[in-house]
Design a protein around this ligand. Structure first.
Ligand code: SF4
Ligand code: SF4
Length: 445
């Protein structure tokens, strides 16, 4: 007796008048956000919005040039950025990946270029299919090569001074460390956007895994919701699967680690089902148990602040941001350090004056030249043996040396005189004052 396989029951498609387009179509919105983040990514190293200058050991943040020794500011800046990333993952899941990550932006862009190359090749009506394929590939690789040089230049500019890097690029420098680094990054960029693309997000990227660990039951999800049996609205068109660049079927589960929450499957389902008069079956939802009337919820719930954990993360973020703002407001653009050098207590000079040694460190942490004037209080006739006063400092220059503080012998019966050494940069509102002692013999020798 043969057993006949039962044919799968196909859902009946009930034809209704088409629905108007949805309020939000995510892909074009995402492309606009991609453009904004791309411009920010390109502008950041050139405007010192954020950049690590490894050779010069500087960290640039929000236009400030921070020295590696400015621990407090760098600490607050890095902690703040870390909590921005953590808060984004807890509240919005992998939204960063699909809306802001350079890897995703350029992966999608390279796919667009590939499609464009094929469209251009198709216009060569007289050409054979093999020739069309070669033309499409040549166009794709040519555009990607130019783009890779540009992107590698921008990326390397986050770690090396951009003008210096441009000079190496224009001279085809493949000999120095900077030149070799630039060429290597170009090659990696080219291979990444021609061969790897979104595979990086699902196999290598550590941020994807960290996000997976940070998500909880209230995190934003892309979720497929349908009835069962006869009430099922899915028509099995599989457009949601075809458009998914991560290669998954969102109908299987909203918790797939590969899902970057891009919303392309939402657009695809809306596009298909609205033509037959039904709303799409895939939506952004807050967590596993979304409310049916989510639009009527208070604003803080609609913004994702759904439990105390999120409020705590935001408060910690606010704490580090406040610390960063305070540290920046207290920052001195020209660093002044004045310390006594007690390797000798005093020296009697040939002209009878007494000299003490002072260790002086002046550092110009700004991007323009600065002049620092130094003077001494409470020690009549004193002067500092400087090559010039004020001291001229070029941008980023450090003046560090031991100098003599000289003063006439004072027959006042004291060998320890309490004095102040002051230093003021040309654009500083007030002087730095250092209190110290000036040691002299009790009697003239
Ligand atoms: S696009 Fe919508 S209707 Fe089509 S298979 Fe996916 S969920 Fe079902
Ligand atoms: S399942 Fe949908 S939201 Fe997730 S990556 Fe694929 S297309 Fe984007």
């Amino acid at each position: 007796m043969s057993i006949q396989a039962e044919a799968p029951t196909r859902p009946k498609v009930e034809r209704l008048p088409p629905l108007p387009p949805p309020d939000t179509v995510y892909r074009p919105m995402r492309k606009r956000i991609h453009l904004a983040f791309f411009l920010a990514f390109v502008a950041a190293p050139f405007t010192n919005l954020m950049r690590f200058d490894i050779p010069r050991q500087r960290f640039y943040f929000a236009g400030f040039e921070l020295w590696i020794s400015e621990f407090a500011i760098i600490f607050f800046a890095l902690m703040f950025l870390m909590f921005v990333i953590a808060a984004s993952a807890i509240i919005h899941g992998r939204i960063y990946c699909s809306y802001a990550c350079p890897q995703m932006i350029f992966s999608e862009w390279s796919q667009d270029v590939e499609r464009w190359g094929k469209r251009v090749a198709q216009k060569l009506r007289a050409a054979s299919p093999a020739l069309k394929k070669r033309v499409a590939q040549a166009l794709f690789y040519a555009v990607l090569l130019v783009a890779s040089v540009f992107l590698a230049f921008v990326f390397t500019s986050y770690f090396v001074e951009p003008r210096d890097l441009l000079g190496r690029l224009l001279h085809f420098d493949l000999v120095t460390v900077g030149g070799i680094t630039g060429a290597t990054v170009t090659l990696i960029t080219f291979l990444d956007f021609t061969l790897v693309r979104q595979k990086f997000c699902t196999s290598v990227c550590p941020y994807g895994y960290i996000q997976g660990m940070l998500q909880d039951k209230h995190t934003l999800l892309v979720r497929y919701q349908d009835g069962v049996g006869e009430a099922k609205d899915c028509i099995e068109c599989k457009k949601c699967v075809r458009v998914c660049e991560m290669g998954i079927d969102i109908r299987d589960s909203p918790f797939q680690i590969e899902c970057v929450h891009c919303g392309d499957c939402i657009d695809a389902c809306e596009d298909v089902l609205r033509k037959v008069g039904k709303p799409g079956l895939i939506h952004y939802t807050w967590g596993e148990a979304p409310k049916a009337d989510a639009k009527a919820e208070p604003w803080y719930l609609r913004w994702g602040f759904r439990d105390a954990k999120r409020v705590v993360v935001l408060l910690i973020m606010a704490f580090y941001l406040t610390g960063l703002a305070l540290a920046l407001s207290l920052r001195r653009p020209v660093l002044v350090e004045i310390n006594p050098d007690r390797s000798t207590m005093y020296t009697v000079l040939d002209d009878g004056r007494i000299a003490n040694l002072i260790r002086l460190k002046l550092a110009n942490r700004t991007g323009r030249a600065a002049q620092v004037r130094l003077w001494v209080e409470d020690l009549p006739g004193a002067d500092l043996a400087l090559p010039a006063n004020p001291v001229l400092l070029q941008p980023g220059e450090t003046f560090e040396r031991t100098v003599e503080l000289r003063a006439p012998f004072a027959a006042d019966g004291q060998d320890v005189h309490h004095i102040r050494i002051l230093a003021q940069a040309n654009d500083a509102r007030k002087a730095d004052a250092e209190e110290m002692t000036f040691i002299t013999p009790l009697k003239r020798k």
